[in-house]
Design a protein around this ligand. Structure first.
Ligand SMILES: Nc1nc2c(ncn2[C@@H]2O[C@H](COP(=O)(O)OP(=O)(O)OP(=O)(O)O)[C@@H](O)[C@H]2O)c(=O)[nH]1
Ligand SMILES: [Mg+2]
Length: 577
């Protein structure tokens, strides 16, 4: 499907043309028909000669309804500009064209209608010249009469050619439907309609309305029920759990890949920043939001929105000065711009923005670390490999963090030699990292992770008094490897709980149970000795073979049980496995 908006001066025959092309009534309200004038947006559709479905969003031409006109054109990729042969180019012809140009619409068709009333040549030439000066360039022109039907077959063919030139939509793109209507259907609840310019919506999907999650209960496109609707399409979305008064034109229904923001930096098209009013209205999609404008450079500005909108970097929008009826196009350059606090920050920011729309590399440079999801929510994708989970890192920033981590580990070991490993959580907070997994990813040789701590290359060295006590203890144990020192001996050597813990972590001693330490390898040696006994064996037999006391033999055998070196039978006797 394709969606085309109409545009043009009041009474020039837009609705008559849509009616003639589709057989449907775009002026839905009694008041519109009574006054012979479009007030709200109209919707109608048809099938083109080549079989393409084309939906029209018919806009009002009256100058009082420009905001409605912008809501109609905003989300739509192509326009049909309608000019009456008998009136020619008029103020709202120009105003609509300027808005279409500012919004960055690049595809269009000129239709000169009411050709039964006047010769169309002059109107066509002027309109074509005006359009050619904009981003639309040279467009195809068709002369018709909406009343007699003359020229309509040629118009249908021209529409076919227009839609054939439209770029194919990305059906996997993030979803954003600007609401153009919201109403209630008895028994179903709230329904919103809009144009789906990219992406795909499914029944049951969770979308966001402003900041809040909502669920798609049912879908229709052109009055037909559907399970899935892919772009480009007109959609009617029945929402679960949303009251009619909670949703209105100008809100957007989105997937979660958008940044809801009330602060953006933009590039201006067609107007210098300082010539713009300080309080214009920002129009994007069907939204019209008053903003405060602060010029940054000649063609860049910061906008503070009076309500947040879901935006992407690269979004096109329009600033309008309602008083002067002037418009300027904008391209969103940043949806999470840095604060401007210091003197000169605005000028520095302007220089930054002058270098173009920030890409993934530029954003990575700014944030240092950013989640892929957050980057996507800014409308930017990156092919960089995540460094942990979905975290992306700016390479120089990452290298600096790694350097700082090594430094922190070294400092910690120097400050607390009995406890040299830096706990991962302490490292996370020292480096102000938002996710523990980043710390794990930063640890690389010669740093190593062990029991929730990060050890440095020199982290296993014990302070001299402890090392000396351990040496003396080892000398005792080398003579009698299973005679674990008594509490008195440990106290005599100055081996407190903390010192023993450090010795254990450094690998100088092996802890069998609380208060029982042996040399590393004592467990394997015990297994060797016990293998010489007739199997199974009792605790006493083991104690004698090992040359130790029950105080050591019992916990040592239990230690071996835990390591599946020995198996204990019901009667307490053990067998080596
Ligand atoms: N003779 C003649 N009259 C036309 C033609 N097209 C439209 N009209 C008449 O022009 C008047 C305005 O037509 P609309 O189609 O309502 O114009 P519009 O552009 O939709 O007007 P707005 O939506 O209010 O901006 C109506 O009275 C139509 O009958 C045409 O091709 N020939
Ligand atoms: Mg109309």
């Amino acid at each position: 499907m394709h969606v085309i908006a109409t545009a043009g001066h009041v009474d020039h025959g837009k609705s008559t043309l849509v009616r003639a092309l589709t057989g449907m009534e775009p002026d839905r309200w009694a008041e519109e028909r009574r006054r012979g004038m479009t007030i709200g947006l109209g919707y109608a559709w048809t099938t083109s000669p080549s079989g393409e479905r084309i939906a029209f969003v018919d806009v009002p031409g009256h100058e009082r309804f420009v905001t409605t006109m912008l809501a109609g054109v905003g989300p739509v990729p192509a326009v049909m500009i309608v000019v009456a042969a008998d009136e020619g180019w008029m103020p709202q012809s120009a105003e609509h064209l300027a808005a279409i140009d500012a919004l960055g619409v690049r595809h269009g068709l000129l239709v000169v209608t009411r050709a039964d009333l006047a010769e169309a040549g002059a109107a066509r030439d002027q309109a074509a010249a005006e359009i050619a000066r904009t981003g639309l360039g040279q467009v195809e022109a068709v002369t018709v009469s909406g009343t007699t039907g003359a020229g309509l077959p040629a118009l249908r063919d021209a529409l076919d050619r227009l839609v054939a030139r439209l770029p194919p939509p990305d059906v996997t793109a993030p979803v954003r439907v600007w609401v153009d209507r919201a109403f209630t259907i008895k028994g179903s609840g709230t329904v919103v309609t809009g144009t789906l310019p990219a992406g795909t919506i499914q029944v049951g999907a969770e979308l966001r309305l402003g900041g809040r999650p909502v669920r798609v209960r049912a879908l229709q496109t052109l009055k037909e029920t559907a399970e899935t609707v892919a772009a480009v399409a007109r959609v009617a979305i029945n929402l679960r759990g949303v009251d009619r008064d909670e949703v209105a034109r100008g809100m957007a229904l989105t997937s979660d890949e958008w940044t809801l923001t009330d602060l953006v930096d933009v590039r201006l098209h067609g107007a210098a920043a300082r010539t713009l009013p300080r309080e214009p209205v920002l129009h994007i999609g069907s939204a019209a939001v008053p903003v405060r404008l602060r010029p940054l450079g000649d063609d860049t500005a910061r906008l503070v929105l009076t309500r947040p909108l879901p935006l992407h970097i690269g979004d096109r929008a329009l600033l309008r000065d309602p008083g002067a009826r002037r418009v300027a196009g904008v391209t969103v350059l940043d949806v999470r711009p840095p604060e401007l606090r210091r003197r000169g920050a605005a000028a520095a920011r302007a220089r930054e923005l002058a270098s173009g729309t920030p890409d993934a590399a530029a954003l990575l440079r700014r944030y240092g670390l950013i989640r892929e999801h957050d980057l996507r929510a800014m409308g930017v994708s990156s092919d960089a490999e995540p460094i942990a989970a979905d975290w992306l890192a700016d390479p120089p920033h990452w290298a600096a963090l790694r350097h700082r981590l090594a430094e922190e580990v070294r400092r910690h070991a120097a400050a607390d030699p009995l406890n040299p490993g830096l706990p991962v959580e302490a490292a996370r907070s020292a480096l102000e990292l938002p996710d523990r997994r980043l710390v794990d990813a930063l640890v690389e040789p010669p740093l190593r992770l062990g029991s929730g701590r990060i050890h440095g290359p020199g982290g296993t060295a014990l302070p001299p008094p402890v090392a000396d006590a351990v040496r003396r203890l080892r000398a005792d144990l080398e003579k009698e490897p299973f005679r674990a020192p008594e509490a008195g001996r440990l106290a005599e050597l100055g081996l407190t709980e903390r010192a023993l813990g450090a010795a254990m972590r450094s690998g100088a001693l092996l802890k069998i149970a609380d208060g029982i330490v042996l040399l590393p390898g004592a467990d394997a040696e015990a297994a060797r000795v016990l293998a010489g006994l007739p199997q199974p064996f009792t605790v006493s037999e083991a104690r004698r073979a090992l040359g130790t006391s029950r105080r050591v033999a019992v916990p040592l055998l239990e230690y071996l049980d835990r390591g599946r070196v020995t198996v204990r039978a019901e009667d307490g006797r053990r067998t080596l496995t």
